[in-house]
Ligand binder design. Sequence first.
Ligand code: PMP
Length: 479
Amino acid sequence: MTQTPQLSDGNLWLHFTRTDDWRGPRPSVPILDRGEGCYVWDTEGRRYLDGLSALFCVQVGYGREEMVEAAQRQMRKLPFATNWGTAHQPAIDLAAALAERFPGDLDHVFFVNSGSEAVETALKLARQYHTANGEPGRHKVISRNYSYHGTTLGALGVTGLAGARAPYEPLIPGHHHVPNTNQYRCQSSPNCAPCDLMCAMAVERTIVAEGPDKVSAVFLEPVQNAGGCFTPPPGYLQQVRDICDRYGVLLVSDEVICAFGRLGTWTGAERYGFAPDIITFAKGVTSAYAPLAGAVFNHRIADALSSERGKMFNHGATWGGHPVSCAVALANIGVFESEDVLGNVQRNEDWLGGQLRELQARHEIVGDVRGTGYFWALELVADREHKVLFTPEQSEQLLRGFLSTRLLELGLICRADDRDEPVIQISPPLIADRTILGEMVDILDQVLGEATKRMQNGHPGKPDHERTMPTQPEGGSAL
Ligand code: PMP
C-alpha cells in the first residue's frame, strides 16, 4: 500500500517560510484541509478562526456555493479563452462591474493573475504612458519604506523591505523609498499633533532630487500593511496627489489588500477620497476562490495608449482575466451586494477598534492599536511609556518562540510579524459578526496577558526545544 505523501517528504517547497519550520521529521506548520464561514480545519481536525482571511483575501468566508456554482457553470460552458486577440463575456462583464464600482474615471481594466503582476502592469502602464507623451526619460519610481508590493523583480524594486530585496540585488535601477505614514513613531510630529505632513513633503523632495522629468510614478497603499496598518494622516493622500500633478508624475494606489471591502468600501481611494491614476487589485476580487488580479486606469492613460492607429499596450499574460476567475469574481460581487458585506464592515469597524483599544488598556505590552475597517495591527513594545522596542532577540523569542505558537494552540490564525516593529496583524473575513470578532478578541486577550507575564518574568519565549509553530521572518511574508 502506498503511503500518503507528507510535507516532511520535502517535495513541496513553502513560500516565505523558514525551512526549519517545515523541513525535517516534524513540520510545525498546520496543514489545512477544509473551511466553512470564518473557520478552517487542519488535517488533524483542529479548528481555527481565520483572523487573517488566509492572506487578506477570503472576504466572504469559506464554503460559498455561489462561487462554486459560478466556476462550474463557466467551466462547462467555456473553460478558457484569452483576452489576447480574443475576448470573452465574463471579462467584459467584470471590467464593466469594476468600472462602475471604482471611483472617478478609473474605467479601464487590464487583468492579470497576481498582485505582483498587477504592480508590474502598473509600472509598465506608467512607462508607456510617459513615452507616448514624448517623455521616455521618466522611469524612476518612488514608494515607501517597509512597504510590500510583490516579488517579481519590478515589484520587488517598488517594495521597501530591505530584507526582501537584499538576496536579489542588484535590482532594476531607479527605485527610491520615502518615509511611510507611521504616526506612532513619527519623528516630525508625533501622533500628528499638529501634523505637518512631512511624509508627503518627502515625496516632493525626492521627485525634485531625482529630477522631475525622470520620475514616472509614486506607488503607495492607502493603508500600508507591512509594518502594521499605517493609516494615512488627514490630507496626506490629497497632498501626494497634488505633488504628483505638479510634476506630471502618475499616482498608483496599490490596493491588492485594501480594495474589495477590507476598509469597508470598494476601494481605499473611495474610503479616503483621493484620485489615483491607477489602482492595482488582486486577492479580494474573487474572495480567493480563484486567482485574479489587475490594474484599473483612467482615461488619460487609456487615451495615451490608444490615440494613434496601431498603438497598443505591449503587455500580456496567457491567463490574465481567466474566464473561470472572472465568473467567480462576478459571483463574489453578487454576494457583497446581496449580503451588504461592506455595510457589515462599516457597522462593526469602530466596535472592533474599540475592543482592540481595550486590549491595549489591559495589556502593557500593546504600544499602539491602528487600522480601519477589518484591517488592524497591534504593535508590541518592551516599555509602553517610552515606546521602547524589543531587542531583536526578545522580539524573536516573543513572536516566534511564543505568540505564533500560542495563538494557533488557542485556535486563532493571525500574524505575528516583525519586518518593522513587532506587530500582530488582524484581518478577519468581512462577513464576521460581533460574536466572531469577540471570539478573536478573547483569544488575543488571553495570549497578550500571557505574553506580558513572560516579558515581566524575563522569559518572552519558550525554550528553543519547545518551539512548535512558525512566524514570519524579516523580509518574509509581507503579503
Ligand atoms: N501589493 C500588495 C500591497 C500586497 O500586499 C501584495 C501581496 N499581498 C502584493 C502586491 C503581491 O501580491 P501577490 O502575492 O498576489 O503577488
